[in-house]
Design a protein around this ligand. Structure first.
Ligand code: HEM
Ligand SMILES: Nc1nc2c(ncn2[C@@H]2O[C@H](COP(=O)(O)OP(=O)(O)OP(=O)(O)O)[C@@H](O)[C@H]2O)c(=O)[nH]1
Length: 667
């Protein structure tokens, strides 16, 4: 179903129930769409699913929610100016009720893949009317009640009471069944009674029927009608075609090469046509008499198509002909007809061919993959001949379709609007195509720039998170607050790379070498940073600083710091490092952490714990891990092997008892 219907639901649920309820509804049905595009098609089942979810959130019934959604749609489509179209259907609500089908028909250019429902006004009286609704969707019957109620109130100031009097295949509640194109559409039929004050409209109708001008008109010969409407046909009580306009007969011959020219007149209408709209209508005298106010669409059944064959067939009698007299085109027509009948023996008697609906486009496609002609019009009863005449025009959307049917503009009656429709459709389509292409291009460009923005954002985030821990950065982004946090206890690790710079080489070469070595070692250390257990704080010169227990509080910070130090030592083989060596120091204790600086902001740690950890490193030995007593005590209880180094004179700290970390509990 087109996104416009879901846009209206999202808009008004948010407006009337709040954004949080809408989010909850989407969460309940696991709807991933943040918004809906008007002209994009979404699954039908979303509508009843939204209703069921809103019913669960609001406590209203499912039917109430579907009814509410129908009202939302009517309020919403005014944004597109469609309200003008509703108001222009007629003075009275009944005029509107007779035009709903036509509204959808007109909309088919804007919504080319629409599978719209059909609605017929089957009877009316002073106190209201009866509407017959047909759809290939289940679960929408209360949606329509909401729409009709809102249109009556909004556009006609008319309170109505609408209720279902009969229904087939409709389910209120639960999820709409999918439209099963392969097994033929599931047909939902619902008959509604609409109670409202219809007396004024009925009074007006009576006047119209008895209007003096109607009574004085002289009778008109049927041929005049058939000239004025060359695609028209006349039906008798048994639904056989008794008369027909010349263009419809010509088109029928063209589309049915080899058919008996006399096969059109006298044949049952349903042997020659499919009734496309209203869907699944029983074609018999009583029904058509009742539905004279309804717009019908009949599609000509075709068994093939060949313009030349048509020309030839026009001048030959397939019943009796002499092979010798045939001209080239006629023998081709004959051959074509024979080939076709041989290839389609079942179709030879012109049985109705089940044209598929192409699921992708929703278009009518006959077996030859070409379009069939669609006639749209109304049934009128002609008392003088006690027959029904189907006054119609071909519904042709554009020049391509006109050609595909084998017709020309001159075949269309000039006084009708068919020609304008074709040209407008063609211009409209070509304009629409241009607009759609532009729109498509714009949305592709938008898609690309969004992707680019996304990747820049990711790169920016990666850069930011390399300077500031992600949770801190997100806190700062959300609240713009300056982040400064104290931690009761963390473990700070300092690792220094010794003898990187070889003074023997000239300064540039030596520096290049140093940078390469440093980069290799620091990258290897980066691999041992396992978030959220250990966080890299910074590198200053040859010194690499990390912390466990901040920004993510972690009671096992001492173990994680020691584990990282032990992993680092195992990562390097002193024999392969030449003069280069590593020296590690760890200390635990309280720190304050915060982001400092506007340009290139840094996440820094402050406090004596840091200074002491640095001293543990600077007073350590190459390839050794020196722990403060506090850290050593914490980890030795957990199986880590430490050995006292005795007391060490530490700058700024005086005499300190320190420990070497030898191995972890698993080593
Ligand atoms: C005037 C503007 C209108 C527009 C542009 C419009 C357009 C549409 C569209 C695009 C759909 C979705 C069909 C699909 O995706 O296959 C739809 C469905 C529907 N429309 Fe309209 N419509 C309009 C007026 C109305 C009115 C006034 C009514 C009834 C009072 C109505 C009754 C329905 C119903 C019941 C459906 C649900 C589909 C179904 O039951 O199968 N529409 N319409
Ligand atoms: N990389 C790094 N080193 C730090 C940090 N805080 C303290 N240190 C080092 O820890 C050592 C001890 O710091 P302090 O006790 O303040 O001594 P200082 O007088 O500032 O520094 P010295 O000149 O080394 O004595 C110093 O070598 C500092 O450079 C820090 O946030 N990052």
């Amino acid at each position: 179903m087109y996104g416009m219907l879901y846009e209206s639901v999202q808009h008004y649920v948010q407006e009337e129930y709040g954004v949080d309820v809408w989010k909850k509804v989407c969460h309940i049905i696991d709807c991933k769409h943040n918004s809906f595009k008007t002209h994009q098609i979404y699954p039908d089942k979303l509508m009843p699913d939204f209703a069921a979810a809103l019913s669960a959130c609001s406590g209203e019934s499912f039917d109430f929610c579907m009814n509410f959604f129908g009202k939302c749609f009517v309020r919403f489509f005014s944004n597109f100016g469609y309200d003008k179209m509703i108001r222009s259907t007629g003075r009275y609500f009944c005029d509107f009720l007779q035009s709903i089908d036509n509204i959808h028909l007109i909309m088919r250019f804007t919504y080319p893949k629409m599978k719209s429902p059909s609605m017929q006004l089957t009877s009316m009286d002073d106190k209201g009317a009866v509407i017959l609704y047909r759809s290939s969707r289940t679960g929408m019957s209360k949606y329509l009640i909401g729409q009709m109620t809102e249109v009556a109130q909004e556009f006609y100031g008319l309170p109505i009471k609408a209720y279902v009097i009969e229904s087939q295949n409709d389910i209120s509640g639960g999820t709409a069944g999918p439209i099963k194109l392969t097994e033929g559409p599931l047909t939902v039929i619902v008959k509604y009674r609409l109670d409202f004050d219809n007396s004024e409209y009925m009074a007006k109708r009576v006047n119209t029927e008895a209007h003096p001008s109607q009574l004085k008109m002289p009778t008109v010969k049927l041929d005049v009608f058939l000239d004025l409407f060359p695609f028209t046909f006349v039906l008798n009580h048994s639904m056989k075609i008794t008369h027909a306009g010349e263009k419809i007969v010509e088109t029928w011959i063209m589309h049915n090469p080899g058919a008996n020219l006399k096969g059109f007149i006298g044949t049952h209408v349903m042997d020659l046509f499919h009734c496309r709209r209203p869907k699944d209508t029983k074609i018999d005298w009583d029904t058509l008499i009742q539905m004279r106010a309804v717009l019908f669409e009949f599609e000509l059944i075709r068994t093939g198509h060949n313009r030349d064959a048509y020309d030839a067939a026009l001048n030959m009698d397939f019943e009796n002909y002499d092979e010798m007299d045939l001209n080239e085109a006629q023998s081709m027509a004959l051959t074509k007809a024979k080939e076709f009948n041989d290839a389609h023996p079942a179709d030879a008697e012109l049985t109705a061919q089940e044209d598929e609906i192409d699921p992708a486009t929703g278009e009518r496609r006959s077996s030859q993959g070409l379009k069939s002609i669609l006639l749209k019009g109304q049934m009128f009863y002609i008392k003088d001949v006690d027959s029904l005449i189907f006054l119609c025009s071909p519904l042709i959307e554009n020049l391509d379709e006109l050609h595909a049917i084998g017709l020309y503009l001159n075949d269309l009656n000039p006084h009708g609007l068919s020609r304008e429709l074709v040209m407008a459709g063609w211009q409209h389509c070509s304009k629409l195509e241009i607009m759609f292409e532009k729109e498509e291009q714009r949305s592709d460009e938008l898609e690309k720039s969004l992707e680019l923005a996304d990747s820049w954002k990711r790169q920016g985030d990666d850069l930011l998170y390399s300077m500031i821990p992600r949770p801190i950065a997100e806190r700062m982004r959300n609240s713009q607050e300056q982040v400064c946090q104290s931690f009761e206890e963390v473990s700070v690790i300092f690792i220094e790379v010794l003898n990187v710079y070889d003074g023997g080489l000239n300064s540039i070469q030596g520096a290049m070498m140093a940078v390469n070595t440093l980069n290799k070692v620091f990258s290897a250390l980066d691999e041992e940073i396992i978030s959220p257990f250990v966080y890299k704080v910074e590198t200053v010169g040859m010194v690499y600083m990390a912390v466990s227990g901040a920004p993510d509080v972690n009671p096992l910070h001492a173990q994680h710091a020691c584990d990282m130090a032990l992993r680092v030592m195992k990562k390097f083989d002193p024999k392969e490092m030449g003069d280069v060596a590593l020296r590690v120091g760890i200390n635990s204790g309280p720190v304050v952490a915060g982001v400092v600086g506007q340009k290139v902001p840094r996440y820094c740690l402050f406090g004596d714990t840091v200074n002491t950890a640095s001293r543990m490193e600077s007073s350590s030995d190459p390839w050794k891990i020196q722990l403060s007593k506090y850290t050593a005590d914490k980890v030795s209880e957990l199986g880590y092997k430490v050995v006292s180094r005795g007391t060490v004179k530490v700058k700024g700290k005086g005499e300190m008892e320190t420990y070497w970390l030898l191995e972890g509990p698993e080593d």
